[in-house]
Design a protein around this ligand. Structure first.
Ligand code: FAD
Length: 489
């Protein structure tokens, strides 16, 4: 299979690069080993579109965070992604911490972050009455926002696909292909070779290993786990924005936030580990989260917790992103080590990489603007947020929108069918695209129903349906057949 550009990984970095490059007349292949998106760090994070004050001026993170923030404020409408433009507060508990707020304020001004302001603890409590009485001041960032990260990744890659990019899931890149001059010729995968003169490494926690195939050992990924509590929507009125603790050497610290969909959430920890795929929560990690949450919000209602989860950051020793083209093999570009604020920065990183290809790789691929580029993409209708008239109209047009499949999140059969039409093949993919299974019962009610719809629409046996691909089958057989077999023995 011949392409102009192959992108390894379809997290928010790879998907944003694919969309940006789909503005040009290019054959683009995006390869991801996962069965559904998002899969890596883009799936499990704090979903904050950062204000841009936390990154040291001069770093790549500082370079891309503020422009990325600005881009998301317009992309949310273009791509129809749920964003809560709620702003954020960094909370100080002492005079020393107020000094740190001043440092962040100045850093933010240097980075070009607009509207930053230090307010008193009392002013903060007027806006967020449930925060600790011990908070003495806070840094307010009005441009910070919270995004639905599941929607954002799917919207970004779908927009790239609308504009001609091809997405290959369950396609694991296993090595690079070089020509006889030692330059990039493509990649080898479990599904065969994909040839292209440009290969972009957006492999998240695996990006260090992928870079090493190109002989680049200039950085190492240090997988760093962050654990979270996710509370019921009912608790979502407790805090209506994003609260940071004062950052320390260990990172941005424990936060309390309301997600874009209205759940209360707290986390993350920052624990280094060897395994880039280990996303298990731990009693110690969750105890640390709870302690941090209660420091910010003393009555943090953990009794309304509906699930816990963890994400793994692609941290680097330098603490910065690793974005560069290698001189040898020519044609290999790293968009690697994209840790926080990577989600925020991704659309700006994508523009930078498109410019880099235009300027440095004109001999390998020409970026000719495609006048047929369609910037808009519409989401699957979100039944939960429609008023009664809109719901009625939708159900009259298509009766599958009158069948509720997920009671917690009010997801209809029509939405599930539309997700399948847009490429969902697993229970988890339907969850990422519709929110079926993300509510209070965590799929207890809707999971069998979603499996039945997948089986019917894809015309595959029910016992072949998987939770997230591979061996993650839901059913091992029918109870009666199982019992009869046992009796016969
Ligand atoms: C706990 C935590 C909190 C965070 N909070 C925030 C925040 O609030 N705001 C913010 O801006 N950022 C935040 N981040 C950072 C942000 O989530 C990441 O920067 C971003 O998601 C990285 O995206 P990515 O596409 O580079 O990597 P990923 O999302 O990890 O995607 C990499 C993809 O590559 C695929 N892949 C890997 N190897 C291969 C291979 N060999 N072949 C094929 N496919 C492969 C994987 O399956 C995966 O889908 C947080 C991260 C974590 C973990």
């Amino acid at each position: 299979m011949n392409y102009d550009i192959v992108i390894i990984g379809s997290g928010i970095t790879g998907a944003s690069i694919a969309r940006e490059l789909s503005r040009y007349k290019l054959n683009i292949a995006v390869l991801d080993k996962a069965s559904e998106l998002p899969a890596g760090a883009s799936r499990a994070n704090s979903s904050m579109i950062h204000g841009g004050f936390d990154d040291k001026p001069g770093t790549m993170k500082a370079k891309f965070c503020v422009p990325g923030n600005k881009l998301w404020h317009s992309l949310k409408d273009e791509l129809d992604v749920h964003v809560d433009e709620c702003g954020s507060f960094v909370c100080a508990f002492s005079d020393d911490e107020i000094k740190h707020l001043e440092l962040l304020l100045n850093q933010g001004i240097t980075n070009g972050a607009p509207g930053l302001e230090i307010i008193s603890g009392d002013e903060l409590r007027k806006r967020e009455p449930n925060v600790s009485p011990e908070i003495v001041a806070a840094l307010w960032s009005p441009e910070a926002a919270i995004i639905n990260n599941f929607e954002a990744v799917n919207a970004m890659i779908e927009s790239a696909q609308i504009n001609g990019a091809k997405l290959f899931l369950e396609t694991q890149v296993t090595g690079l292909l070089l020509d006889d001059k030692g330059n990039i010729r493509g990649v080898a995968t479990n599904k065969g070779d994909f040839t292209a003169p440009i290969v972009i490494n957006a492999g998240g926690t695996h990006s260090g290993e992928i870079a090493s195939w190109a002989g680049d050992s200039s950085f190492k990924i240090i997988p760093t786990k962050g654990e979270y509590f996710l509370l019921d929507r009912v608790a979502g009125t407790f805090i209506t924005s994003f609260l940071f603790s004062c950052p320390s050497k260990a990172g941005k610290g424990i936060t309390v936030l309301r997600t874009a969909e209205g759940n209360l959430m707290s986390g993350p920890t920052a624990t280094e580990q060897e395994d880039p795929e280990d996303r298990a929560t731990t009693p110690e990690g969750l105890a640390e989260v709870l302690k941090g949450a209660r420091k910010l919000v003393p009555n943090f209602p953990v009794n309304m917790n509906i699930t816990t989860f963890a994400g793994v950051r692609a941290n680097t020793e330098s603490g910065d992103f690793e974005i560069k083209a290698l001189s040898k093999p020519r044609g290999f570009i790293n968009a690697a080590g994209i840790k926080s604020p990577g989600f925020t920065s991704s659309p700006a990183i994508a523009k930078y990489i498109a410019d880099m290809i235009k300027e440095e790789f004109a001999d390998r691929v020409k970026l000719i603007p495609d006048e047929k580029f369609i910037p808009e993409r519409r989401n699957i209708p979100r039944f939960l947020y429609l008023d009664m008239d809109e719901r009625k109209k939708l159900a009259e047009k298509d009766s599958s929108y009158a069948q509720i499949v997920c009671r917690c999140e009010t997801v209809t059969e029509g939405q599930v069918i539309e997700a399948i039409r847009r490429g969902a093949r697993t229970i988890s993919a339907v969850k990422m695209m519709t929110r079926a299974g993300t509510g209070r019962c965590q799929g207890g009610f809707c999971c069998p129903r979603v499996a039945e719809i997948l089986s019917r629409e894809l015309n595959i046996p029910l016992d072949e349906i998987t939770r997230h691909g591979g061996e993650s089958k839901l059913l091992v057989g029918k109870t009666k057949e199982f019992l009869l077999k046992k009796e016969a023995k």
